[in-house]
Design a protein around this ligand. Structure first.
Ligand code: ZN
Length: 348
């Protein structure tokens, strides 16, 4: 099905967003933690943005900045979850969800569902018992690493080659098996190429990449190759497309090129294999001190934000672009929410 008779493009976008857009990667807990002395950041700053973009489910990623490592990894990880619960409690507009059914119920009640995820397992140190603790607190998806090495494995670097060649550690391998067993979705975002292969070999259930771009358009080992995309597709997994590493060239960092990434994934593994993982962090990035921005640029990369796709209020711009590019309603609904929901239904 496509456009309804007499339906304007805005009405069509509204209809396509009626189930809520799913963004599976957002560094929300980190910001709530940094602003722990300024209560109600979630309700006053983020809620209006989510509502303007019709966001229905958010993957809220626990991430530990370098300055807290190694001593404070666990403490800051726990504190981020504590802030998330405290902020959610202040409004009736959110629900932290641990199962597929809880997500469905939250949406039916008009609430924004939050799924707790982890970007780098630094809070666990090398203690497998702590996975269970975070699971009980709501952790439901995890990438083993960010760019740096940790007790589980090594991240892919922001260059075309040169990531550490080693795969997962013994701890990383145990962790992967235990995630699959207890029901923490394994997220292949950021892991180095050898670690990616290891995770594929250790698991049998669907795998996801919550937020990435395709190496065809931005060739760095932090992004994923065609072979890796196919491996995720063969498992019935989903690749979430990231809005901040669309191109090495600022001029090519456009919504159109974002859609090129979506189309590339679809070309390799079909319409069921792609979703959204915006990784919006312009707001977070610009509030960092200048020295930290310079440090990120030297250690990682300078992200090129897409001017009309920098935060959740812009979600409708993407849907408008998908319509312009000829996607039909069924395809748009799969990209915006149905593919991620399928993963939740199967794994949570
Ligand atoms: Zn990331």
């Amino acid at each position: 099905m496509s456009k309804l008779p007499n339906e304007s493009i805005d009405e069509r976008i509204k209809r396509l967003h009626s189930n809520g857009v799913i963004d599976l990667h957002f560094d929300l807990p980190m910001d709530l933690y940094e602003k722990r002395n300024r209560p109600d950041v979630l309700g006053s700053h983020y809620l209006p943005e989510f509502e303007a973009g019709d966001i229905g489910v958010v993957g809220a990623a626990i991430y530990i900045e370098d300055r807290y490592m190694p001593e404070l990894g666990l403490r800051v990880g726990l504190d981020q979850i504590a802030r998330l619960y405290a902020e959610v409690e202040k409004t009736d507009r959110f629900a932290i969800c641990k199962t597929y059914q809880e997500i469905v119920n939250a949406r039916a009640a008009g609430k924004i569902a939050i799924l707790i995820t982890m970007e780098g397992v630094e809070p666990l140190g090398d203690d497998l018992n702590l996975l269970r603790v975070f699971y009980e607190l709501g952790l439901r998806a995890a990438c083993l690493t960010h760019a740096r090495r940790n007790a589980a494995g090594s991240g892919g670097i922001f260059a075309a080659s040169g990531s550490p060649r080693d795969g997962l550690t013994a701890f990383g391998r145990d962790l992967v098996r235990e995630c699959e067993r207890i029901g923490v979705i394994l997220d292949l975002a950021h892991i180095n190429p050898r670690g990616f292969e290891d995770i594929i070999g250790l698991t049998s259930k669907p795998l996801i990449v919550s937020h990435t771009n395709v190496r065809k358009f931005y060739d760095i080992e932090r992004n994923i190759s065609d072979e890796q995309i196919k491996a995720v597709g063969q498992r019935g997994g989903v690749v979430g497309v990231n809005a901040i590493l669309v191109s090495a060239d600022a001029k090519k960092s456009t919504i159109d090129h974002y859609v090129d990434h979506i189309e590339h994934v679809i070309g390799l593994i079909g319409i069921d294999g792609v979703g959204i993982g915006f990784d919006f962090c312009e707001y977070l990035f610009h509030q960092l001190p200048k020295e930290i921005i310079e440090e990120i640029a030297s250690k990682l990369t300078t992200p090129h934000f897409i001017p009309d796709l920098t935060n959740h209020t812009h979600a409708r711009n993407l849907t408008r672009k998908l319509i312009e590019r000829g996607f039909d309603d069924d395809e748009i609904e799969k990209i915006l929410f149905r593919n991620w929901m399928r993963i939740f239904e199967k794994l949570l």
